[in-house]
Design a protein around this ligand. Sequence first.
Ligand SMILES: *Cc1c(COP(=O)(O)O)cnc(C)c1O
Length: 234
Amino acid sequence: MTTISTNLQAVKRRIIEACSRAGRDPADITLLAVSKTFPSGALREAHAAGQRGFGESYVQEALIKQAQLADLDLEWHFIGPLQSNKTKSVAEHFTWVHSVERLRIAERLSAQRPAGLPPLNVCVQVNVSGEASKSGCTPGDAAALCQAVARLPNLRLRGLMAIPEPGAGSAAENSALARRQFGMLRELRDRLNTEGLTLDTLSMGMSHDLEDAIMAGATLVRVGTAIFGERHTT
Ligand SMILES: *Cc1c(COP(=O)(O)O)cnc(C)c1O
């Protein structure tokens, strides 16, 4: 077995163990492999080990890999900050966008989604930590943004996404902090579902905190490092 397939097995075991502690069904958790900065060969290996969904944060890099992997049946998720000048490429080449944080971007994605494709699945990213540096709309703006996004014709609003703040305390303190912030996202989703929306996705949890996310109700975890190894960013 390659390292990537071994790592994938280990992540799947972590998901299963977290589900058993949380009393949840592992079939309700989607594993997204976050492949940003890794070459297409690494994605090919992950695909050979059974992985189908891949998360990318940089549009140009993703388009190159998509062309190199066009022979495979992969599902592409855009998870990075999205500028207006990149919405067209994303609308044309991805199945999901997790990082919608303003209406203007959602409107462009809907207008630019090609007619022959099914609606683009989107999550609204919420800044649950309140850190100034973090992407995402404020929790207070989320309801209005979600209601507006849900009305756009070529998008399908699936749920919410968040990245909690990295804790600076002990492992137990960091885990409690992450769980509180994941819990906020879950409560927000539950409340929006009482206000007429039908959100089935909570995109939360990464390599270091996927257990906390699953305890708090995640339906999709975005895992990079634990599958592909450390990223060496330039
Ligand atoms: C890079 C990234 C991840 C993966 O993080 P790891 O810690 O490597 O698992 C998940 N979500 C988003 C939005 C990312 O940018």
